[in-house]
Structure formats: C-alpha cells, structure tokens
Design a protein around this ligand. Structure first.
Ligand code: FES
Length: 116
C-alpha cells in the first residue's frame, strides 16, 4: 500500500472571487445567498469556464467586518463592500467581464506588489 498523498487538481482560472460568509459583516445570511447566485450569474456572463473563468471561494472573515457582503477579487487586489445583488451584477459585467473595477464599491486595494 502506498503512503503517497494524492495531489489535488485545480482548473485554470483568470480571477479568484473570495466571498466572506462570516457572521459579522452580514447578519441575515446575505453573503451566503450571494455566493449561491454565483454559479448561475458566472455562467450567464460567460466567466464560468475557459480563459475568462473566475474561481469562487467562501471565506470566514477578512477582519474588515462592516457593510457587507464583502468580496475580494484577486490577483487584482480589489476589495468590495456593500455587494448587494445589483452591485454584484455591476461587478460581474464591469470588472470580471470588461476588466474595469467598480470604483464606488471599492474599500481597499492590495496587496501592493513591490515589483508591480
Ligand atoms: S465576518 Fe466578514 S469580514 Fe469579518
């Protein structure tokens, strides 16, 4: 019997959306509800596979527990607050499809890379 662990596999992706589903930035499960919409919305926007694929992951806390839902888009280093469904649609169309961040929803940028 082999003791070697199986190496995990991951599909390629262009961007990674991290969604905080912790209890302190939203109180009524809004973030989890938002996360549940992503598969359908990504598919409709054509960013669920191929070169434009956006990977999505739940996180438990970013330690910025205000005015959620809060999401982070990497590797762009863009942090969004107040991500209602309407604002999510703006982020998908403007940022994830076209590549232009939605300025009025940004509360932080980073990390700042030394060689960027
Ligand atoms: S619980 Fe969401 S940022 Fe802390």
């Amino acid at each position: 019997m082999s003791n070697e662990l199986e190496k995990p596999k991951m599909m390629d992706y262009k961007r990674h959306m991290l969604v905080c589903v912790g209890p302190r930035c939203t109180h009524e499960g809004e973030s989890e509800e938002l996360f549940g919409m992503l598969a359908e919305k990504f598919k409709a926007a054509g960013i669920d596979n191929g070169e434009m694929r956006v990977k999505r992951t739940r996180t438990s806390c970013f330690a910025t527990c205000k005015s959620g839902p809060i999401i982070c888009i990497q590797p762009d280093g863009i942090w969004y607050y107040n991500v209602t469904e309407k604002n999510l649609d703006r982020i998908i169309q403007q940022h994830l499809v076209v590549g232009v961040p939605v300025e009025d929803l940004i509360y932080h940028r980073g990390p700042v890379c030394a060689n960027a």
